[in-house]
Each structure stands twice: as structure tokens, then as C-alpha cells.
Design a protein. Structure first.
Length: 105
């Protein structure tokens, strides 16, 4: 009887694992990139206009993630698209932080 119960519970929980909206890696990276923008603003490496533009890019990536998770699951293809967009935003953050423009103090 115990074995049957375990088998039934396992069978019922498998679809829940297949349809996951959890994207901890994407969420952590979003948080890291936000911190990079804030640190750049605080240090003067980014002026207000640059920071606003970078934050808008981060918001676009977040919108992509929200849209992907709206149906209850984030597919591998959606995840790859989001990660590609995150890579692009990461490069933009680096370039903006390391250009000659600085915040006026």
C-alpha cells in the first residue's frame, strides 16, 4: 500500500516539475545587473542618462521573463532568449561604465 501511495504521489508531482515558472538564475542575474548599474551611478562611472537607459534595458529583459512565465512555464527556448538579452545588457553596462562619460559632481 505504501509503495502504491508513493508511486501515485510521484506521478502527480512530475507535471509540476515539468511546468516550472521558477527562473532563479535569471532572477539572480537581473539583481546583479541592477546592482552594477546602481554602483556605477554611485561611483560616478554612469551619469543619470546612461543609468536610465540601462535600467530601461533591464526592464525590457524583465518584461520578456514575465511574458515567458505567464503561461505557467518557461521553455528552454524562452530561457535562451532571455539569457541572450541579459548578455547584451551586461555588455552595455560594461561599455557605459568604462566610457569617458562620467557623472558631473
Amino acid at each position: 500500500m505504501k509503495l502504491v501511495t508513493v508511486a501515485v504521489l510521484a506521478a502527480l508531482s512530475l507535471p509540476a516539475f515539468a511546468q516550472t515558472t521558477s527562473t532563479p538564475r535569471i532572477d539572480q542575474r537581473q539583481a546583479n545587473q541592477e546592482r552594477r548599474i546602481e554602483a556605477g551611478e554611485k561611483s560616478g562611472q554612469l551619469n543619470q542618462r546612461e543609468a536610465a537607459r540601462l535600467e530601461k534595458g533591464q526592464a525590457r529583459v524583465q518584461k520578456m521573463e514575465d511574458k515567458a512565465a505567464a503561461d505557467g512555464k518557461v521553455t528552454a527556448k524562452e530561457r535562451a532568449r532571455i539569457e541572450k538579452a541579459q548578455n547584451k545588457e551586461s555588455r552595455r553596462i560594461y561599455r557605459e561604465k568604462h566610457d569617458k562619460q562620467t557623472a558631473k559632481k
